[in-house]
Write a protein that binds this ligand. Structure first.
Ligand code: NAD
Ligand code: MG
Length: 394
């Protein structure tokens, strides 16, 4: 029986993973090692009971007794806090889903890779902050990382059986989010509620707002560069409002392989769960005649400056990804709490990168976890300081 763990089980990706596991037979088909969550204790306990997990862990140390109570009599162990989450990754599982949101997903992912098994990676932030370290750890321990971000799963699938030396370009698509056609002036006043309302995908709040600002696509461009290793000038993003084509790979003979599917993350998750097989998945089938047309447009770098900033990170690499992601997370916190305007998020990230670049030089190699966590911390401190100046300008 295959063993599995889900980090971030109570989130949007975690729920979709749970759904696929239950449909595939649940506790009769898989041995569940660890499930983790944070605030939603009732749901975490319910999932752990359903899959008869070995251990359930909440990120919030203050909620340990609540979790213990919710699991009473189930035989599932309970633990709490970031260290307990990382320790849960030390319990070997054949297949681990990394679906914590933000830089907090990095350490558990690295620990899981040390077992030399399979890590299904939804947590794009870990590739952005520490791509070289993550891939190096996988190589060192003979582990496999399978991309779960829909665009990267699409590129992976389009590359299967191909010679990567023949690849000329990689194009990932962006829906354009709820503000695709909003003029610059209107974007300045965009609210959190407006930014959360994604037209095509149902996702966690943070990634939904990142989609509206295109910071999500910026992270994904960096993720493409880190995971597949292609030169930055081979990688582009195109706006595709219908979210049916997820990515395209162009080869030197001019052929382009596209990956199409409905906007349902259970495809990419299911692909990673069943790889190298293709199992039947409960996703809607495309009806091209009904769709009628698929459209594409160039992204506007003026209204979506995150894309321009990501180019710098792809070029510099080193610790710039850790700084970029941390500054973005702080900018998002400030926007969500009403302290920064929508466009100020990119302004804050740019200012933080400029400050850190003169202070430390961001190109230094991110060879150890300490380097990455040190930069993550420093970038959060600087971003919070710089946010104050932006707020007073507001
Ligand atoms: P979400 O907000 O719905 O869920 C996040 C999960 O992480 C929850 O289980 C939450 O309890 C847990 N969590 C939050 N903060 C934590 C912390 N500090 N420590 C430990 N656990 C914590 O997020 P999501 O939309 O499911 O996204 C998860 C990851 O997958 C993100 O990296 C996101 O970029 C990526 N992703 C999501 C989608 C999508 O469709 N939702 C698509 C592609 C990639
Ligand atoms: Mg994506």
């Amino acid at each position: 029986m295959r063993s599995i763990s889900i980090f971030g089980a109570t989130g949007s990706i975690g729920e979709s993973t749970f759904d696929l596991i239950v449909r595939a037979g649940g506790a009769d088909a898989f041995r569940t090692v660890a499930l983790t969550g944070s605030a939603n204790i009732a749901r975490l306990a319910e999932m752990a009971r359903t899959l008869r997990a070995e251990i359930a862990v909440t990120a919030d140390p203050a909620r340990l007794s609540e979790l213990r109570e919710a699991l009473a009599g189930s035989g599932v162990q309970a633990a709490a806090g970031p260290d307990a989450i990382a320790d849960a990754a030390d319990r070997p599982a054949d297949w681990t889903m990394s679906a914590i949101v933000g830089a907090a997903g990095l350490v558990p992912g690295l620990r899981a890779l040390r077992h030399g098994r399979t890590l299904a990676l939804a947590n794009k932030e870990s590739l952005v902050t520490a791509g070289a370290l993550l891939l190096g750890t996988a190589r060192q321990h003979g582990a496999t990382i399978l991309p779960v971000d829909s665009e990267h799963s699409a590129v992976f699938q389009a590359l299967t059986g191909e010679d990567t030396a023949a690849v000329e370009r990689v194009i990932i698509t962006a829906s354009g989010g709820p503000f695709r056609d909003w003029p610059l002036e209107r974007l300045k006043a965009a609210t959190v509620a407006e930014a959360k309302a994604h037209p095509n995908w149902s996702m966690g709040n943070r990634i939904s707002i990142d989609s509206a600002s295109m910071f999500n696509k910026a992270l994904e461009l960096i993720e493409t560069r880190e995971y597949f290793g292609f030169d930055p000038d081979m990688i582009e993003a195109v706006v595709h409002p219908q979210s049916i084509v997820h990515a395209l790979v162009g080869f030197r003979d001019g052929a382009v392989m596209a990956h199409l599917g409905p906007p349902d993350m259970r495809h990419a998750i299911g692909f990673a769960l069943n790889f190298p097989d293709r199992a039947a998945l409960p996703v809607a089938r495309l009806d091209l005649a009904k769709l009628g047309s698929l459209t594409f447009q160039a992204p506007d770098p003026e209204r979506f400056p995150a894309l321009r900033l990501s180019r710098e990170v792809m070029r510099i690499r080193g610790l710039s990804g850790a700084a970029f992601n941390a500054a973005k997370e702080i900018a998002l916190d400030h926007f969500m709490e009403g302290r920064l305007g929508f466009l100020d998020m990119a302004g804050l990230v740019e200012a933080t990168l400029a400050r850190l670049s003169s202070e430390t030089g961001l190109g230094n190699a991110a060879t150890t976890l300490e380097d990455v966590l040190g930069m993550d911390h420093l970038a959060r401190v600087r971003a919070n300081e710089l946010a104050k100046t932006l707020q007073t300008d507001r």
